[in-house]
Design a protein around this ligand. Structure first.
Ligand code: PEP
Ligand code: MG
Length: 296
């Protein structure tokens, strides 16, 4: 069966109107790049940077980060590579950051919230991303966004970093900025957010836990943790409508992006990118090709 899927490796799924649907890979380290290329991934829809920060006893340097992001961008010269800024919280701490004791870490100081408070750490990552942007089609997205203010404050920091790099004579580029849609606030505020960013990427793992109020790590409520629940699907659709109306791109990088039962719905809603584990890329290309073939 694996062999049968290989014929889909280089397939480019196209909607009836000609729009390409990007089937991209979710990666957590450069070691996974080869598997993604082998599978025919059309770029990277989510590069989780947490591992870079958790692997070492110290925070990763700007040079080390810049080299990592540049290598990633160079690995997919023909497709977008979306790097997500640090998405860490009290449930998975890193050395170099003092996390407070929290009753509800999933509702706490994490993701963009932590980064905006620790601009010393955040700016190192943003500078590294600006430097890496010279080497390919790099995009950047922010995790756990719940307000427009978080995006605006990040933009101020990006501008500061770019000005610093310029003053230092360090080569750097620019990147489109997007947000993850993974909080109910981002869904209900999607219209306003769409005016601020270049793209949305739906994080159904967190969106499901927050819409259903069911901890994604708690097996006792696992039955509620289903992206197919009509309430979660309605949230996805609301975000998609806002994106389509604003003319920005919308994709998905939560695990639901590879669900064969939901993919036709996501396409109907207007998503143009699905990002998943490399192991699911070829089967998804196959499903999309057949779906679009039927519609023709
Ligand atoms: C998500 O929340 O759907 C997501 C892709 O991010 P993570 O699983 O890393 O929280
Ligand atoms: Mg998430």
């Amino acid at each position: 069966e694996r062999e049968a899927l290989r014929v889909y490796k280089d397939v480019v799924p196209r909607r009836a109107d000609g729009t390409v649907i990007q089937v991209a890979a979710n990666l957590g380290s450069l070691e996974e790049v080869e598997a993604a290329q082998e599978a025919g991934a059309m770029g990277v829809g989510l590069f989780r940077t947490e591992l870079l920060f958790m692997r070492h006893m110290h925070l990763p340097s700007e040079d080390m980060q810049a080299e990592t992001y540049a290598e990633l961008a160079r690995a997919f010269p023909d497709h977008p590579v979306i790097v997500r800024t640090l998405d860490i919280g009290g449930d998975k701490p890193i050395s170099g950051v003092e996390f407070p004791e929290e009753e509800n870490p999933f509702l706490g100081w994490r993701g963009i919230r932590m980064c905006l408070d620790r601009t010393d750490i955040f700016k190192v990552q943003l500078r590294a991303l600006l430097r890496a942007a010279v080497h390919g089609n790099l995009r950047v997205m922010l995790p756990m966004v719940s307000t427009v203010e978080e995006v605006r404050r990040t933009r101020v920091l990006i501008d500061e970093c770019a000005a610093e790099l310029k003053a230092e004579g360090v080569a750097h580029g620019a990147f489109p900025l997007g947000v993850m849609i993974e909080t109910p606030a981002a869904v209900f505020g999607a219209e306003a957010l769409a005016k601020e960013v270049a793209f949305f990427s739906i994080g159904t793992n967190d969106l499901t836990q927050y819409v259903m109020a069911a901890d994604r790590l708690n097996p006792s409520v696992a039955n509620l943790n289903d992206a197919a629940h009509p309430a979660v699907m309605a949230a996805v659709e609301q975000a998609a409508r806002a994106a389509v109306a604003a003319g920005i791109e919308i994709g998905m990088c939560g695990e639901a992006a590879a669900r064969t039962d939901l993919i036709p719905e996501f396409i109907r809603m207007g998503l143009t990118e699905l990002s998943m584990s490399p192991a699911s890329v070829q089967a998804t290309k196959k499903q999309l090709s057949e779906l679009f073939e039927k519609a023709r």
